[in-house]
Design a protein around this ligand. Structure first.
Ligand SMILES: [Zn+2]
Length: 161
């Protein structure tokens, strides 16, 4: 369940065949920036993906404090909006629909940040990072792959060349 909340998607339209590709990724889009179209299999460079062994781990995933502060921030925002909502309903019998949206967004933000906070302090985030790191390192052992990355303009440090 924790995985699902943090799943993201990357979408792109293939320049060759026009197919819309939709790929799942983690919240920080770790993976090879060289993708293949699911329709025509042509290769494509997408710099939204990050080769984690080269770029390093997202610093935010090492900072539980950041997410705790964000959780509290969202929580306060949610409470303020909810109180405003209740007051409006009591005094006017109606409420602006935008306010309901704010409460909803606030709850999502609170839960989302708290889940990441938990993942960091429980060590899940490190474990995941380690897994992505190993996969990345594995890809980089392939010299052809490294050369391809360089030819696409991706910065590859000397020690991987
Ligand atoms: Zn294609």
């Amino acid at each position: 369940m924790m995985e699902d909340i943090l799943m993201g998607y990357v979408e792109w339209n293939c320049p060759k065949c026009g197919k819309k590709n939709r790929e799942s990724c983690n919240a920080w889009v770790y993976g090879s920036p060289i993708r293949n179209c699911k329709g025509c299999n042509s290769e494509y460079f997408d710099n939204r993906w990050r080769e984690i062994a080269l770029e390093g781990v997202e610093p935010a995933t090492k900072s539980p404090k950041l997410y705790l502060i964000a959780t509290l921030g969202f929580l306060v925002f949610t409470i303020v909006c909810a109180m405003w909502l209740v007051t409006d309903i009591r005094t006017r019998g109606s409420y602006p629909i935008k306010l309901l949206g704010c409460v909803f967004a606030g709850v999502l933000g609170t839960v989302g940040c708290f889940v990441i906070f938990l993942r960091i302090i429980l060590g899940y985030e490190d474990k995941q990072n380690q897994k992505y790191y190993e996969e990345s390192l594995q890809r980089l052992k392939n010299k052809n792959y490294v050369e391809k990355l360089i030819s696409y303009g991706y910065h590859v440090p000397e020690k991987f060349r």
